[in-house]
Write a protein that binds this ligand. Structure first.
Ligand code: ZN
Length: 250
């Protein structure tokens, strides 16, 4: 079988297209690539540095933005969209979707998309990153999301950098950089990394540590350098079309 056909078959099997769920749940991308997703932005402390790094490496990533922060810093949303990065929703207030009423879930999504659609056309298919990954296996959440947008695809991950832990108890910027270097080395040595959707944060919302906002840019800088040396491409997530015959409603 030719390589492109093998690749297409592998992605079809790896990504859960309506086998157990109403909506696709994506965890992987192309084999020799890191599909980079950045959550919880935008913030003035992290977003400009992240955009500068991606620009210098001629790389794009997929941004899952919080509606509450997008409303507060609309110019940053504009900067991300104008730089050509795909921009999607991560909810408005970063609460678990599987613990909300149906009305509250729809409001979370509508308010967030309203703050994003000022700066780019609403995409289709619509990729969604659930806060804490909440409800990505929950039938009720799938039904709700499908009622919101039938073209919704849930973007989960296969490789979590757990970057929200790195600033805890960290005493200096130098120490934080060392932690980020070690984290990237660990990731690049992992067999799970190539072909993964990687979860990182621009500036994680719930971390109470003085250097928390520095983690995203530092980690990204190390990752871009390390991946290049390892021959791994980094890029945004490409939404995939699902054949109608594979849809299976609950
Ligand atoms: Zn988040």
């Amino acid at each position: 079988m030719r390589q492109p056909m093998l690749e297409a078959l592998r992605m079809k099997v790896k990504n859960t297209f309506a086998v157990r769920h109403s909506l696709p749940v994506l965890t992987t991308g192309p084999r020799r690539k890191i599909t980079l997703t950045l959550d919880d932005g935008p913030t003035p402390a992290a977003t400009p540095k992240i955009l500068d790094l991606l620009n210098r490496h001629n790389t794009r990533a997929t941004f899952f933005l919080l509606g509450s922060r997008a409303e507060r810093w609309p110019r940053l949303v504009q900067s991300i969209a104008e730089a050509g990065h795909p921009v999607y929703a991560h909810g408005y207030s970063h609460v678990r979707m599987d613990e909300l009423s149906p009305e509250a879930v729809i409001e979370e999504l509508d308010r967030t998309e309203a703050s994003l659609s000022r700066f780019r056309a609403t995409p289709s298919p619509y990729l969604l990153r659930l806060p804490y990954g909440s409800g990505h296996h929950c039938e009720r959440v799938h039904r709700l999301l499908r009622s919101w947008r039938a073209d919704c695809q849930i973007v989960h991950w296969r490789y979590d950098m757990k970057d929200f832990l790195l600033a805890n108890g960290c005493g200096s910027y130098l120490e934080l950089r060392e932690r980020c270097c070690a984290k990237v080395s660990q990731a690049l040595a992992s067999r799970r990394l190539p072909g993964s959707i990687m979860l990182m944060h621009e500036d994680p919302l719930d971390v109470d540590a003085p250097l928390a906002s520095a983690v995203g840019p530092l980690l990204l800088e190390e990752l871009l350098l390390g991946a290049s040396q390892a021959g791994l491409q980094i890029g945004p997530l490409e939404p995939r079309c699902r054949p109608a015959s594979r849809q299976r409603p609950f």
